[in-house]
Write a protein that binds this ligand. Structure first.
Ligand code: AMP
Ligand code: GLY
Length: 425
């Protein structure tokens, strides 16, 4: 069978790579893909952009089903267009994707369905937002309601920063329409984890847990990024926490979406804050897999992903099971010069290693320039490796990363530090 993956990042490379390993798959098209998906066995890039082009391609090529990597096409209604054309697609409809595309929608949904999350207020009026800040004090968190490509959240340490963030979004319109409404929420303490499931509208199948590293620099310092590295599993997600997340977050979310008339089919990502006493709160929902969490997760997935997605598309996820490599997988993101503000493009990449059983180099912001592979985006590569514990996965990933070179390459040296510390406790 032929499949189609929509997107061009590291997450999509990992997803397409995993799908292509299925004995039932002859080809995975990636639209538009990157240099890594162009070179990978079993994958082929297709230069398609618009939703009608994607629908037309899937129909003409008799694609068995399509998987959507990123949030933007989902928020634009790509799933609705495929379904209307009678084509199978794994990803939520535009209405269901509001769990990610509107923070206000997600917060009121959680409140309505009793899903634990931080207390909040939602505002379009700057005066009311400022009053709310004065009443609640700092630290406090200000979030643009709409999709802002990772730039929409300000964790304000003091009221000065908080007022400035509100003015930047509501008055100066720094984030455009995405920031014309803000959600202001209580600041939560704890350790973050990513909890991602497959959902079929009624049932959910959990993927392995993972943890991202959002800050640019070692020790979780510097500006926020899309994610500088991730590993799986996350020790903070103990079996007890896992069961609690399924019971208090995932199952009520799936049931709530069904009750509200917008059943959720697709990957559902809950970004969690886990408190010291084992409390859980949802920081955000995403209507897709995480990036870079997907890269280590796919490296650990031993089951064929195709039947899992078929079960999801058939509403039979209660009959599916996923088998995981017991090893730890850890991915280190190699970012471009100037990332995250002004990533430089066009730097030639050298030393890309051939893949092996215990690692894979997933591409994100890369392009082909003749026979050269060059940088073409902020997060360039994710080197993902397996090891018997987090330290050995770390060692292996950094050993492979050390063979790769491009001008201005930057990466964190401490991916996995929380799991290493947890191992010592
Ligand atoms: P979000 O896109 O909503 O996940 O927010 C991005 C990042 O901001 C999260 O990964 C957290 O590190 C931080 N964050 C978001 N909401 C809160 C909160 N209520 N309390 C503390 N940190 C938060
Ligand atoms: N790594 C966080 C995200 O994909 O949103």
């Amino acid at each position: 069978m032929k499949l189609l993956v929509i997107g061009s990042g590291g997450r999509e490379h990992a997803l397409a790579w995993k799908l292509a390993r299925s004995p039932r798959v002859s080809r995975v098209y990636v639209a538009p893909g990157n240099a890594g998906t162009a070179r990978e066995d079993g994958l082929a890039n297709v230069a398609l952009g618009t939703i009608p082009e994607l629908v037309e391609f899937a129909r003409k090529e008799a694609v068995a089903f399509t998987v959507v990597g990123s949030e933007a096409p989902l928020a634009e209604g790509v799933a609705d267009a495929f379904l209307a054309a009678g084509l199978r697609i794994f990803g939520p409809t535009q209405a269901a994707a509001r769990l990610e595309s509107s923070k206000e929608f997600a917060k009121s949904f959680m409140q309505r369905h009793g899903i634990p999350t931080a207390a909040y207020g939602a505002f379009t009026d700057a005066g009311q937002a400022h009053d709310y800040l004065e009443r609640h004090g700092a630290p406090i968190v200000i979030k643009a309601d709409g999709l802002a490509a990772g730039k929409g959240v300000v964790v304000a340490a003091n009221l000065g920063q908080a007022h400035a963030a509100v003015d930047g979004m509501l008055l100066e319109k720094k984030l455009g329409a995405a920031g014309s409404r803000v959600v202001i929420e209580q600041h939560l303490e704890g350790e973050e984890a990513s909890f991602i499931v497959l959902a079929d509208g009624r049932h959910a199948l959990a993927l392995a847990s993972s943890q991202d590293h959002k800050r640019l620099l070692d020790g979780d310092r510097g500006p926020n990024t899309g994610g500088m590295g991730a590993y799986s599993p996350a020790p903070v997600v103990t079996p007890g926490i896992h069961a609690k997340v399924m019971r208090e977050v995932i199952l009520p979310a799936i049931a709530g979406m069904e009750q509200d008339g917008t059943p959720y089919v697709g990957f559902l990502y809950a970004g969690l804050m886990i408190g010291k006493g084992g409390s859980i709160r949802v920081l955000e929902f995403n209507c897709r897999l995480g990036d870079p969490e997907t890269q280590p997760i796919m490296l650990r997935l031993k089951s064929d992903l195709v039947p899992l997605l078929e079960h999801a598309l058939g509403g039979e996820l209660d009959q599916a099971q996923a088998e995981w490599d017991t090893r730890v997988a850890l991915g280190v993101v190699l970012a471009a010069h100037g990332y995250p503000d002004t990533p430089r493009k066009g730097d030639p990449i050298q030393g890309l290693p051939a893949p092996a059983e215990d690692y894979h180099v997933f591409h994100a912001g890369t392009a082909l320039n003749g026979t050269d592979t060059v940088t073409s985006g902020g997060r360039v590569l994710c080197v993902a490796a397996l090891g018997h514990n987090v330290r050995s996965a770390q060692r292996r990933a950094y050993e492979i990363a050390g063979r790769i070179r491009f001008d201005g390459m930057q990466y964190r040296r401490d991916i996995g530090h929380r799991a290493v510390a947890a191992g010592r406790r």
